[in-house]
Design a protein around this ligand. Sequence first.
Ligand SMILES: [Zn+2]
Length: 196
Amino acid sequence: MGQMVKNLVHQQYRLAVLMSSGQGRESGEGSSRSVSAPADHQQPPQLSRYESQKRRDWNTFGQYLKNQRPPVAMSQCNYNHVLDFLRYLDQFGKTKVHLQGCVFFGQPEPPGPCACPLRQAWGSLDALIGRLRAAYEENGGLPETNPFASGAIRLYLRDVRGSQAKARGIPYKKKKKKRNQMKATDETTNFQMQSA
Ligand SMILES: [Zn+2]
């Protein structure tokens, strides 16, 4: 059963990789830096893993908005853009989410392959939203207009969690943190927190 957390952690890692590579595609650090306005005070030389991931996520999201037709300014961004972004990320997902008709529906560890789609795991999305929500305000956004804090996002994540729990046979209520603490402290704290 530690498997589940391991999977989630793995997902997060994949997402991190995905995000950084998404950013790299667009040509370099300079361009991504222009996304966030206020030059943050004194960067410590070594960002924590959480901090650097948050920065990558923020840049990726900014890039995503820029790539819209027409481009969306951060100030115009609302929760619909965020929802679209989350759905867009699903195509890079690595988590098998069984469809209703699949014989493995509801089985955490299916004995064989199937044709069901790969998605972003709920835990990855939840952690991502937490980071983006923080980044938005750190980059000058007002809490009142924070699109990542919208109730619509919370509902969406709750739906994803519910449907993935059913499809994958995973009860998200059970926290498996203790057994995996050695490996995964960073990620598990990230993804566990906002869920209650
Ligand atoms: Zn399936």
